[in-house]
Design a protein around this ligand. Structure first.
Ligand SMILES: [Zn+2]
Ligand SMILES: [Zn+2]
Length: 360
């Protein structure tokens, strides 16, 4: 199959012909990739900020159709529409049994498989056990969630990362209350879904903060009531001005940078909730004023995968989209063939795209 392979850090991906998909393990599934989104985390891996060894098929936000299954597979069958989860869930470990499947104990074992080979026999890993930048993927059944849906594949693809992370951050992690004030720092794909999640939860005020004008405009279309260009501004001060001098009830950081994490914490009102959604670089460190946690009672929440329980929530996000309460298609600003994957990264770096979707 054709796949976009990362051969080295910071080098363009190379379209290669890989083999191996016909040899399915007992719990493995062969999936035809119908669409895949290009997420900032793909760029984070490519840049080496979170080191993973090449060669690797990148891509972790995809949807497709099951072509074939190994002998012991029970969760999916050929013909099923499936969404990939970048956090595999075994269903039986302590975390899976406690409604925190995103931390599944057994996930790593299925993410370190090498399903493909290059023509010279070199084994190739798949990012997060998925590797969606390809015509097909071979993954463990724990990495797939079947859904009932008539949505186009490009929308199902985004549920696998952007929607689950962003909408989940608002609904699951922070549990935004109706009538509350919300500020979102970073209005890329995930940030736009945090904004929509806050709107779905019934927030009265949603402040969208991003230096790129068209991202702020997009945010208004998705429910933002105020916008801020943070360039040269003291963001916490501006947020307090917009929220009765208190700070926002809920602040979300969706960039993964220590400076904006600190801004998010400072922009949170006393007793409010600051949720860190962004994926940071491994060597970044953030320092908070210790007394803000005590005397100001601020709650600081980490957020992995939007707290989504994928086997419960993927269908929930599908249902919200099918009834028009969640706009997934509106976040897609560019559609490209798989062979032009490097152009998607260029657009991401220049801030001219919110979400690019690739089709094989
Ligand atoms: Zn992602
Ligand atoms: Zn588990």
């Amino acid at each position: 199959v054709r796949a976009a392979v990362m051969r080295a850090e910071n080098e363009p991906l190379v379209i290669e012909e890989l083999t191996g998909g016909s040899l399915l393990g007992a719990r493995q599934v062969l999936v035809q990739v119908d669409a895949t989104g290009v997420c900032h985390s793909d760029l984070t891996i490519l840049s080496g900020a979170v080191p993973l060894p090449p060669p690797m098929v990148l891509g972790h936000e995809g949807a497709g159709t099951v072509l074939d299954v190994g002998g012991l597979v029970t969760r999916v069958k050929p013909g099923d529409r499936v969404i990939g989860t970048f956090a595999p869930v075994c269903g039986d470990c302590w975390f899976c049994l406690h409604g925190e499947g995103q931390y599944c104990r057994n996930a790593m074992s299925v993410m370190l498989e090498y399903p493909w080979q290059q023509p010279d026999g070199t084994p190739v890993m798949s990012m997060s056990g998925l590797g969606t930048f390809a015509e097909q993927m071979v993954c463990h059944e724990w990495s797939l969630v079947p859904v009932e849906s008539t949505l186009p594949a490009e929308q199902l693809a985004l549920i696998g990362c952007g929607v689950a992370t962003g909408v989940g951050a608002a609904l699951n992690t922070a549990a935004v209350e109706p009538g509350s004030s919300v500020a979102v720092i970073g209005c890329g794909g995930v940030g736009q879904f945090v904004i929509q999640g806050a709107r779905i939860a019934g927030a009265a005020q949603i402040i969208a903060i991003d230096p790129v004008e068209f991202k702020r405009d997009t945010a208004v279309g998705f429910g933002a009531t105020d916008v801020l260009d943070p360039t040269g501004l003291d963001v916490p001060r501006e947020v307090r001005k917009l929220t009765g001098r208190r700070g926002a009830d809920y602040v979300f950081e969706v960039l993964g940078r220590s400076q904006t994490m600190l801004d998010a914490f400072k922009a949170t009102r006393k007793g409010g909730t600051c949720t860190i959604v962004g994926m940071a670089s491994n060597d970044d460190t953030v320092t908070f004023a210790a007394n803000d946690l005590y005397a100001q009672g601020k709650r600081l929440l980490g957020c992995y995968y939007g707290g989504s329980q994928v086997r419960r929530d993927f269908q929930r996000y599908v249902d919200l989209a099918e009834t028009g309460r969640l706009d997934i298609g509106g976040v897609i600003t560019q559609r490209l063939p798989l062979s032009e994957v490097n152009d998607a990264f260029t657009a991401m770096k220049s801030g001219t795209a919110i979400r690019t979707v690739l089709t094989p």
